[in-house]
Write a protein that binds this ligand. Sequence first.
Ligand code: NDP
Ligand code: KPL
Length: 305
Amino acid sequence: MRIATMATGGIGGFLAVKLALAGHSVATIARGAHLAAIRENGLRLDSATGSETAHPDIATDRPEDVGPVDAVLFGVKGDALEDAARACLPMLGPETLVVPFLNGVEASDRLIRILPEHNVGNGVARVSTTIFTPGVITQTGAFHSFIFAERDSRPSARVDALRAAINDAGSSAPQTDDVVKELWSKFVLFSALSGVTAAGRCTVGELRDTPELEALFKRALSETAGIGRALGVALDDDIEEQVWASMLSFPAQGRASTAIDIEHGRPLEIDWVSGAAARLAAQAGVDAPVNAALYAILLPHKQGR
Ligand SMILES: NC(=O)C1=CN([C@@H]2O[C@H](COP(=O)(O)OP(=O)(O)OC[C@H]3O[C@@H](n4cnc5c(N)ncnc54)[C@H](OP(=O)(O)O)[C@@H]3O)[C@@H](O)[C@H]2O)C=CC1
Ligand SMILES: CC(C)(CO)C(=O)C(=O)O
């Protein structure tokens, strides 16, 4: 397949390495020192199982030089979505599938305001990766799963082709017949994890060991589950228990990317996470005091240092 990563950070970089090493034609969109390092040394993925380096066919900051691709793996931070989407336009043909893997539940709806709707899918990533230094992506923990579909979850040959490519490349792309449910199931987890580990400057291990943080986390996640249900999302009845169970096996040193971003003084995606939960709650006519409070606490740090 011809695949582009817009852009090539934690999400795009992880998938670019796997797919390029599996023999796909990968174009990595990146910029600055990260792009220079990819061009010079290739793109390296470090994980607990070792190091892999891929040399993408194209590494560029000019998507117009790539031409139409089969799939765009779309992973930028929430506030960068609109500019990055506009930059993708030259890579779209009639059948190109653009899969957003942003946290939150609004990325696909935001993309169709810029890109033709028939090009846009919906997706969610369960992995923990970051740009460690230019040209190098590191993965924390061993989990990596990418769940995506057409926006309405209908059966689709182009979705199946991309799923097969990711599965065959050694990652995991399970099938779903309800991508919105998948998105919200992750959002229930992530709104709580992002809010609590960023506001509390804590790891998951500390969260588990501190009854007050555990209680706050559980209040946040059940609040977000309530918002989803009020909006008609078919969340599992025991999603709250499932999320807490997943926290019990989460790496103790793990935390949400938001907590890593705040530590490094980077801008925060909170408008699309705790802020979105508070906003969507108002839309659904339910209260979300915990998400609203976590959003307010993080707001002074939103622009980074
Ligand atoms: N990484 C993870 O483990 C997970 C991330 N997610 C979500 O996925 C999304 C992406 O996260 P992640 O991959 O970690 O983000 P990163 O910050 O690692 O990567 C984003 C990259 O996009 C680049 N970029 C942004 N806009 C453009 C543009 N217009 N042209 C070229 N490059 C651009 C940035 O460059 P620059 O630095 O120059 O701005 C940066 O290198 C987020 O919503 C995140 O919450 C979800 C699950 C897990
Ligand atoms: C919690 C985690 C690692 C799960 O994929 C995540 O999405 C993030 O930190 O951005």
